[in-house]
Design a protein around this ligand. Structure first.
Ligand SMILES: [Fe+2]
Ligand SMILES: [Fe+2]
Length: 238
């Protein structure tokens, strides 16, 4: 994965203040995380390939996951229901945030240099942390299940493509007509990736993992996210 060398040095971002997050995105957090993801991708390539799941097993996991997804949706709407912070809910919350940021970017013009600059820094930092927690926690746990292996491998590659487009966006002048076109391609790529995750990937995850396991993974991801936002990256990320 290419390094985002064009970014400036950072201060630490906070979890809630967007302005602070934008400042924090100017540097080492995302670069170190990128190296971590490169390592994760390399590991993926060298691991022995497990035996293929049968079509029946894959279909079974999908059906089971669809039922579990429907149950989770109903549970969330029940009066007095506590906010469900399992791994999938956490990631879907991030996804809604990315959709808003991408829509905001798509609506900018070539004159909005400052807005584009800040927005790009925010997306780079937040997407980097989101990819990190997926690639360090959910993807490896999910990949142990043969029914989910292909969609997880595809997820790694889609992250890689989004990272490449982001890197190029940092290299193009914000008032260049190419910037808007490139940003639109980034938006479409991320939206497609979100569809894949929230469709086949998360459906399969709910089918092959217990509710308790998804909650435990969610807790781990929330911890890693907080640490990364504070500039404390997991081992091997530097
Ligand atoms: Fe995601
Ligand atoms: Fe992802």
């Amino acid at each position: 994965m290419a390094k985002r060398a064009s970014r400036k040095q950072s201060t630490k971002p906070t979890r809630t203040a967007r302005q602070t997050a934008r400042k924090a995105s100017k540097g080492p957090v995302a670069r170190r995380k990128t190296a971590a993801r490169a390592t994760a991708t390399r590991r993926t390539r060298t691991e022995p390939k497990p035996k293929e799941p049968s079509k029946l097993a894959t279909a079974g996991a999908a059906v089971k996951g669809a039922v579990a997804t429907a149950v989770a949706a109903v549970a969330k709407r029940m009066p007095g229901a506590k906010p469900d912070m399992d791994a999938i809910t956490l990631l879907e919350t991030d996804h809604r945030r990315f959709e808003d940021l991408l829509k905001e970017g798509e609506e900018t013009t070539d004159r909005a240099v400052k807005v584009r600059t800040e927005l790009l820094e925010t997306i780079t930092t937040e997407l980097g942390i989101h990819e990190l927690i997926e690639e360090r926690i959910l993807y490896p746990a999910l990949k142990e299940h043969p029914e989910a292996r292909d969609i997880v491998l595809e997820g790694f590659q889609e992250h890689h493509v989004a990272d490449l487009i982001l890197k190029e966006l940092h290299e193009v002048a914000k008032d260049d007509e190419q910037w808007g076109a490139k940003f639109k391609v980034l938006k479409e790529n991320i939206e497609h990736h979100i569809e894949e995750e929230e469709g086949p990937m998360f459906r399969t995850a709910r089918g092959v993992m217990s509710r308790e396991q998804l909650q435990e993974l969610g807790a781990q991801m929330a911890r890693m996210k907080r640490d990364a936002e504070a500039g404390r990256l997991p081992k091997g990320s530097t």
